[in-house]
Ligand binder design. Structure first.
Ligand SMILES: Cc1cc2nc3c(=O)[nH]c(=O)nc-3n(C[C@H](O)[C@H](O)[C@H](O)COP(=O)(O)OP(=O)(O)OC[C@H]3O[C@@H](n4cnc5c(N)ncnc54)[C@H](O)[C@@H]3O)c2cc1C
Length: 297
């Protein structure tokens, strides 16, 4: 398959890229890693007349911390760098844990954080992680910049709150509070495939081991990253407890997610997987929070 004809430009600066986007509007498309855009163009699902390649913009490829302790990750940071970076491992362990589940090393060598978030595939890992860690998403246009909480950024199937003249420039991941545990779990038919179901969990315990805050987000479970708010409420106020885990898993898998089913897994099987993965993820997240609390396992 070959794409429809298009023009191609490689800006030297963010300002130049932004003014090109302002001039060309919806006719132009940003090229990041190309791992989702190029296949869509080859299938002629997308036919932009101009590709604006961001790969020369080194200012969009960074990982650092700010004074508030947030981890700041540039939009053009490749999945591969996230997989091996020490700051990510230390300050965003949930993100770190999820990366090896994304496709294969060849794709992780090219794919970028910004590309995955803007593409907003409901089966993708990174939108789910962004929601679970309460990432703040910075977008920029010629007119200025906006910071969008991830809960508002994702608006449905392949749809986000970004305008054609805007570029996602950076993602800020707030530092976790003490006694926070996390887990990412997914099941795919084969290693590297998109998962049939997946979950990211983050829980924070108080000094007595009671859950203060819980967050459960599912992938391939609806038309975007699906947060199970009611299941989280079941866990909050409870210590580590199998019955609470089972009630939360039941609530999330039966009532809160809305899987669509596909050729690899029908809806009932996806709900079953969600239930099983929730139990496994909660167990691991509570264990990790307990370790952070100084408790022996
Ligand atoms: C065989 C295969 C298997 C895959 N498996 C998985 C998987 O298991 N899990 C998974 O999550 N993903 C998977 N992917 C997708 C991969 O992770 C992509 O890298 C990712 O979805 C898109 O990132 P990209 O940098 O390649 O973006 P691109 O393909 O370059 O762009 C994607 C979209 O985002 C827009 N865009 C890109 N960057 C910006 C920006 N900074 N600001 C505004 N708009 C922007 C583009 O215009 C385009 O619309 C797979 C891809 C392939 C080819």
């Amino acid at each position: 398959m070959k794409p429809a004809a298009f023009e191609y430009i490689v800006p030297d600066s963010l300002e130049q890229a932004l003014s090109i986007l302002q001039e060309h509007g919806e006719e132009a498309k940003i090229l990041a890693g190309g791992q989702s855009l190029v296949p869509a163009m080859n299938f002629r699902m997308l036919q932009p007349t101009l590709l604006v390649d961001l790969n020369k913009l080194e200012e969009l490829d960074h990982i650092r911390r700010n004074e508030a302790g947030d981890l700041l990750v540039g939009a053009m940071t490749r999945h591969r760098r996230l997989e091996f970076d020490n700051l990510v491992a230390q300050y965003a362990p949930l993100l770190h844990e999820s990366i090896p589940s994304i496709a294969h090393p060849q794709i992780r060598n090219r794919g970028t954080l910004g590309g995955s978030l803007v593409h907003a595939d409901p089966a993708a890992e990174l939108p789910v992680i962004a929601l679970a860690v309460d990432a703040q998403i910075k977008v920029q246009s010629i007119g200025g910049e906006r910071t969008i909480p991830s809960v508002e950024f994702f608006q449905g199937m392949f749809t986000t709150d970004i305008n054609p003249d805007e570029i996602l420039v950076e993602v800020a991941i707030p530092e976790s509070s003490a006694r926070t545990g996390w887990a990412f779990k997914e099941i795919a038919r084969r290693a590297g495939d998109y998962a049939m179901m997946g979950i990211a969990v983050r829980i924070t315990l108080d000094e007595d081991g009671v859950c203060e805050k819980a967050c459960l987000v599912y992938l391939n479970a609806g038309d975007g990253p699906m947060e199970a708010v009611e299941a989280a409420k079941i866990l909050e106020g409870q210590p580590r407890d199998d019955q609470a885990f089972e009630a939360a898993a039941e609530k999330a898998s039966q009532d809160e997610i809305d899987p669509l089913g596909n050729m690899h897994a029908n809806v009932d099987f996806q709900r079953h997987l969600a239930n099983v993965l929730t139990l496994r993820a909660l167990d691991l997240a509570f264990q990790r929070a307990d370790v952070d609390r100084g408790e022996n396992l």
